[in-house]
Design a binder for this molecule. Sequence first.
Ligand code: 13P
Ligand code: SF4
Length: 310
Amino acid sequence: MYAPQVDLEQDIARLKKELNAVILAHYYQDSEIQDLADFVGDSLALAQAAAKTEADVIVFCGVHFMAETAKILNPTRQVLLPDLDAGCSLADRCPPAAFKAFKSRYPDHFVVTYVNSSAAVKAMSDVIVTSSNAEKIVRRIPADRKILFAPDQHLGRHVMKQTGRDMVLWPGSCMVHEIFSEKKLLQLKVQHPEAEVVAHPECEQRVLQHADFVGSTKALLEHVLKSPKRQFIVVTEVGILHQMKKGAPDKEFIAAPPDSGCACNECPHMKLNSMEKLHRCMRDRRPELLLTPDLQAAARVPLERMLEWS
Ligand code: 13P
Ligand code: SF4
């Protein structure tokens, strides 16, 4: 338990200097974590920031696969995570052995893997993509190559639609984005006819078809900041609303509701991190993200190809 007199923010700042650390946070983190991070971004921007940092320690406020990516791209840094159990339904439901068996059915396919995957699955892939660059990277693959896309079938379908490329899809999905309610979204649109609908491509097609703009978290943020519209229905994890409100305090952001009793949609994995756990991991220098050198080397090849092609 934490003594009430500990000023977490102040002590995190002290520990950051002591460790020569950089704090990276995803847009789905609690607002207080976003506010004290050195850098807040989507998964591509965070991977790029991790790859180039010269800090001795990377404190990764996100989920496990993001911290793995940081370690693979910058292996000499110590990577700390506030909660090692912060997983991701996409990565967790694509086990390496099952993926290997699936891939063996398509031996001549170019394997494009979403960054929301384990290091072991990345190591079996030809190139990694994020929601920011998936379309661009798929367009670079020669037209005569067949493509296998894993593990997010909804992002895969969206990319197929955008590029006109046919792809074999691993049947994975994000537990947060797949439960947005089409019916409630349509009701919201009726209530707010002037609002622009922006959505993450991990949502199902039946939801995406009602969106005016589809993009990664960073693309959604940039879009709402520059759009002349004043009101937005945001169909992604609710954490992104913090930066939207900060960047455009005069605009209105309405979180789209899931198909449950809740008013908005939170990622339970991302929300495992807290200020207390962030402080504790810096104080104790653990949990630390560790990978075997062989796995790091194998997963680095498709990840570096992604950075090169982005
Ligand atoms: P971004 O690439 O938009 O950061 O998405 C990551 C993620 O986990 C979305 O659910
Ligand atoms: Fe994974 Fe979905 Fe959470 Fe993103 S929102 S980390 S894809 S479970």
